[in-house]
Design a protein around this ligand. Structure first.
Ligand code: DUC
Ligand code: ZN
Ligand code: ZN
Ligand code: ZN
Length: 473
């Protein structure tokens, strides 16, 4: 087995930073050696196979993106990243684990949906992967199947208050599924938007000839997110279900979550890079059909209303607990253009899996969050939230050798012709400049990214069974 020593770097975790060397034996971290500890005769072997000099750089646990949609069927097409291309792009950006959403479609059995996702991913991933389960059809059979999810290493499921006729659950179904969540400890993940009301607004806007991508953001108004978030919180309160609201974009929804947490309820919120940086005015409102690049749900919000600044603040104050991407890429040609002349036909999603670590690091540079908080919201909390902690999300003996060496003196220019490995025909992040650089990425002890060179291979990534959340009470 290969032994690797990462020397001279600053190890950063969710709780602090210190100069330390990290020793990896095979796939596993075996020692974290603070300077001088070697003099005490600790575990350092006489020789190591490989020494990586991390002087002047940060050594952090590999990123965990807890919300991706590789190959998701949507609106008559499918997300353009396969597990192969999407996980490779993730590795380029310092993410070493994804949690993707297996889908139970309407009329399908839960375990058939899960099996389909295993088939898509097995043997194709560059990094480790796990699954949440979308329950697209809450019925007696699905509720019974949910009792078996934990044994399959799936400790969370997602419901949709949006998309009537596709993934949608009504309040009665949500109540039953949340009762199951409270019984089993599986976390309820919620897409919180009032879908039936939004669909009326969509119809009315289209009838008025308002067909541009911008109106996607108008129809999916923040009131529809706030209302659904509140409703989900109340049903969770009644049933005792642990609740995690995905892709929170509206400041009013954050306030609902904060109030519920202040009230002692076990609820959590996730946001995504697009809700921190992009906006209704500048992106969805771009000239012509350009705004289609940024059609996702929940939608980008108005900068004039202050959602983005408030979201950064919420990350700092822990009103929002973590950042995932909701990576769901579509090409402009042949996919997004299905919605030319009708914004409601534009497949929903943005590709960001490659850039999450960099975009959030820029928040450190810009004084929005601390270095430790960066690690916490991109790796440690995702691991604790979704039952991966100890193996993932931390640098300590016994953890997987999933490590990123990040250079604060490096630079990353994001753009389709520059840093881009996702399977799309554009970048939603064109022109973003990052004052830092992912130098080296190790996935279970194997160097997969080495200074702008990809050394990984499809099939390196393994399915990881998850346990219950550490946030259960
Ligand atoms: N939102 C998106 O933007 N894409 C996929 C599904 C979703 O809820
Ligand atoms: Zn969603
Ligand atoms: Zn999603
Ligand atoms: Zn470099």
């Amino acid at each position: 087995m290969t032994t690797t020593l990462i020397t001279g770097g600053t190890v950063v975790t969710a709780t602090g930073r210190s100069k330390a060397d990290v020793l990896i034996d095979g796939e596993t971290i075996v020692a974290v050696l603070e300077p001088g500890s070697r003099l005490l005769g600790t575990d350092l072997p006489a020789s190591v196979d490989r020494v990586i000099d991390a002087t002047g750089k940060y050594v952090i646990p590999g990123g965990i993106d807890a919300h991706t949609h590789m190959e998701l069927p949507f609106g008559g097409t499918a997300a353009s990243d396969t597990f192969e291309t999407g996980t490779r792009a993730a590795a380029w950006g310092g993410t070493t684990t994804i949690i993707d959403f297996a889908v139970q479609t309407y009329g399908q059995r839960v375990f058939d949906g899960l099996a389909t996702w295993h088939q898509k991913a097995a043997g194709n991933c560059a990094i480790d992967y796990a699954f949440h389960q979308i329950i697209g059809d809450v019925n007696a059979d699905s509720l019974q199947a949910m009792d078996g999810l934990l044994a399959e290493g799936v400790s969370s499921f997602k419901l949709f208050m949006a998309y009537p006729g596709v993934f949608y659950s009504d309040d009665a179904q949500i109540l039953r599924a949340m009762q199951k969540s409270a019984d089993t400890g599986l976390i309820t993940m919620m897409h919180a938007e009032n879908g039936p009301a939004i669909d009326v607004l969509v119809e009315q806007l289209l009838a008025q000839g308002k067909t541009d991508p911008y109106y996607h953001g108008v129809a999916r108004a923040w009131q529809m997110e706030e209302e659904a978030t509140h409703r989900a919180i109340m049903i969770a309160n009644l049933t005792g279900a642990p609740l995690y609201v995905v892709h929170v974009s509206a400041r009013q929804a954050v306030e609902q979550l904060a109030a519920a947490r202040d009230n002692g309820q076990n609820v959590f919120g996730e946001t995504c890079p697009q809700y921190l940086y992009l906006s209704l005015e500048e992106n969805l409102g771009a000239p012509g059909f350009e705004g289609a690049k940024w059609v996702c749900s929940t939608p980008l919000r108005s900068r004039a209303e202050g959602h983005q600044d408030h979201m950064w603040q919420s990350l700092r104050t822990n009103d929002i607990q973590m950042v995932s991407t909701d990576h769901c890429p579509f090409c402009m040609k042949g996919q997004k253009d299905l919605g030319l002349g009708n914004f409601s036909k534009i497949p929903n999603g943005i590709g960001s899996v490659e850039h999450r670590m960099d975009l959030l690091y820029q928040g450190v540079v810009n004084g929005r969050i601390t270095l430790e908080r960066w690690v916490e919201i991109t790796s440690t909390t995702p691991a604790r939230m979704f039952g991966l902690y100890g193996k993932k999300g931390v640098i300590q003996p016994g953890a997987d050798g999933d490590i990123v060496i990040y250079d604060p003196n490096g630079h990353t220019s994001i753009g389709y012709e520059k840093t881009h490995h996702m399977n799309m025909d554009h970048s939603a992040w064109e022109g973003y400049e990052i004052d830092g650089h992912v130098d080296t990425v190790l996935s279970r002890g194997k160097v997969v990214i080495d200074h702008n060179e990809y050394l990984g291979a499809k099939g390196d990534g393994q399915f990881v069974k998850r346990g219950l959340s550490q946030y259960l009470i």
